[in-house]
Structures are given as C-alpha cells and as structure tokens.
Design a binder for this molecule. Structure first.
Ligand SMILES: [Mn+2]
Length: 348
C-alpha cells in the first residue's frame, strides 16, 4: 500500500511542501485542470505537472481524473472524436510513466451532497446527504453547484443535457460504457496505464439520471465487460459505503483477489437512516464503515497500489475547498498508516 494525497494543482491552497510533511506520504493524486473536458492532454503539460510533483520530493501515483465527455456517456455520434482524444491522453500519460488513471461514468453530475458545512456535535463541519432535501433540489435552475461538478455548464446547457438523457436508461448507459471500455482498455494496456473507475456517489439514481457503478453485482458486471487487470476499480469506502446494502470490506477483498483493485479511497460515512448519510472522521467508531476491516481486506490480497484519505471534515478553524482541507485528511492518512503497520506486523 502506498499512501497518497489529492492535490488540486498550483491553485490548491495546500502546497505540496505541506503534504510531504504528513507522515508516510509518498504519492500525489492530481490532474490537469485547465484543459476542457474531451480534449487530449498534451505531453508538455503532463511532463510539467510531473516535474512539479517530483521537485517537491514525491511522485504522481494516480491521475484523478481524466473526465469522460458527456457525448460518450450519452452515446452521441460525436463520441468517437472524444474517445480518440481520450486514447491520446492515455498514451501520453503512459509515456510519462503514470501508472493509474481514475475516472467515473456518472451522468452530468459528479459527487452530490445537500449540505457542505453541516455542523457535527464536536464543532467540526462535514458534507452530508439528506434524502428528503435531495428530492426537493432542482438542478435545472442552474443555481445549484457543488465543488465536484463541472462548473462550466450554464442553465441552457443543463436543459439540453437532461433532454439527451431522456433516451438513456440504465441499460443504454451500460451499452455506452461498454463501447467506451472496449475502445480504451486495449490502449491502456499498451500504454501501461491501469484504469480505475470510481463508483457513483451516492451509489443510486439522483435527479432522475441513471447511475450504474453502485454495488457488487454491478461492479462484477463492469469488470466482466473487458477481462483485464487494466480494466479495474477505484474502491471508495465513502461512496460504496453510503448504501446500506453494500458490505464494503467484503467487496474490496472480493475484487482485490480478482486483481481488479487499482486504487483505494478511504473515508468513513455514518448512515443516518433511509438513504441519508454524513461524512465522518476516519476512525471506525465515528462511522458505519469498519476501517480496520478495510485495511485487513487490503492486506489479504497484498495490495501494493495507492490509497488516499478521501474527503475530510473541516477542523481547527480551517477554511477551503469543502472535503479537501489539510488537517482532517492528514489525520485520516496517519490513522490508515497506523492500521496498516499494525496489520503487517500482526501477520509476521
Ligand atoms: Mn472517492
């Protein structure tokens, strides 16, 4: 297991120098943020990013993410052009020695929450999802915006996208995903870049849009679309763990033994009834995911890839990008590091 940390590039309020000071920190998870979705990433920009990270004494463990253009998810004729660009990006990342790419296949919206600054009893703030509030949210007003979403959509664009998705049900989305996977995985294999699809967050339909990377059965269907370790998963304890039916450690062990776990996101969530949940501190006692079981599962299949503390709470007066402060994520990293060390010594 290699400990890593997400960094949003030079505009991130947390400098690489601080990240390096977190005990056990080896890798950086990052992306190029100023290239429009669908365009190919040029070699020079990739090399520049790599150099920036290496000059700070670390290396790039994972690119998170290379976003998938909506035309690919919808299955429009224009998808082929965007798939070709995606292949170019993968070839370039391979040339630069990047081992893993994380991406997702969620229609229009990335991770969704109903409150980004919910106050927990200890005074910290966290991201939460309340089922009833989400039902009343109207994404078409164009006023709703979350940090994980593509902020370039205007109200008109959104309406048009929703119109397109009227013809995309779950099966159609599977078909479009299969088309994409069969095109890109051979290129990823050749380039030496392992792909790691991120589960949908939350792992159920929202705003009437289909979501398919949600549970064990669907992850199984996904890995069977193309039989290769390059067609793998990002196992995210917070995303999959926010559905009460998902047994995350069991799923992690199962897909790890199949050699399909290419990246791990670790954070805890506390299920609060129905489909609602709060993001909590990492230790098991604060959430519904048993983090020790997560680490044990990884030790069971000798995981050697990257793990990163996913979102954290805002603590100690820190302000910044919701979910992506320094302090709580650093605590998460050292906690995970400690569990891993104990588990490794246990097994000797
Ligand atoms: Mn995640």
């Amino acid at each position: 297991m290699e400990m890593s940390f997400r960094w949003y590039g030079k505009t991130d309020s947390i400098p690489l120098e601080y990240i390096r000071q977190i005990p056990g920190m080896k890798g950086i998870v990052t992306a190029i943020y100023d290239i429009p979705v669908g365009e190919a990433w040029p070699m020079e920009k990739i090399e520049e990013l790599k150099k920036t990270v290496e000059d700070a004494g670390m290396h790039i463990s994972v690119i998170e993410s290379v976003p998938v253009h909506e035309d690919i998810k919808i299955g429009l004729p224009t998808r082929d052009k965007y798939i070709e660009n995606y292949k170019t990006t993968l070839r370039n990342l391979g040339k630069a020695g990047i081992p893993v790419v994380c991406y997702n296949f969620m229609p229009i919206f990335d991770w969704t929450r109903t409150d980004l600054e919910y106050r927990l009893p200890d005074g910290s703030t966290a991201l939460i999802f309340e089922e009833e509030v989400a039902k009343k949210m109207d994404p078409l007003t164009g006023e709703l915006s979350l940090p994980g979403w593509d902020s370039s959509y205007k109200k008109e664009d959104l309406q048009e996208l929703f119109d397109h998705y009227k013809n995309v049900d779950h099966e159609k989305l599977w078909e479009n995903l299969e088309y994409f996977i069969k095109e890109i995985i051979p290129v990823a294999e050749e380039a030496g870049v392992k792909m790691a699809i991120h589960p949908d967050d939350p792992p159920f339909d929202i705003f009437g849009l289909p979501r398919i990377i949600t549970n064990k059965e669907n992850l199984e269907r996904f890995v069977n679309l193309y039989d290769s370790p390059y067609n793998g998963l990002t196992m995210c304890s917070g995303s999959l763990g926010s559905h009460p039916d998902n047994d995350f450690p069991e799923m992690l062990r199962y897909f790890g033994k199949k050699d399909r776990v290419n990246f791990v996101h670790a954070r805890n969530v506390k299920l609060t009834g129905g489909m609602s949940f709060e993001e909590s501190a990492h230790p098991s006692e604060y959430g519904s995911v048993d983090m020790y079981e997560v680490i044990k599962a990884m030790a069971d299949f000798n995981y050697t890839g990257a793990i990163r503390p996913d979102h954290g709470r805002m603590i100690w007066g820190e302000t910044g990008k919701p979910g992506y402060g320094l302090y709580d994520r650093a605590l998460g990293a050292t906690y995970l590091h400690g569990l891993w060390e104990a588990e490794q010594k246990n097994r000797k």
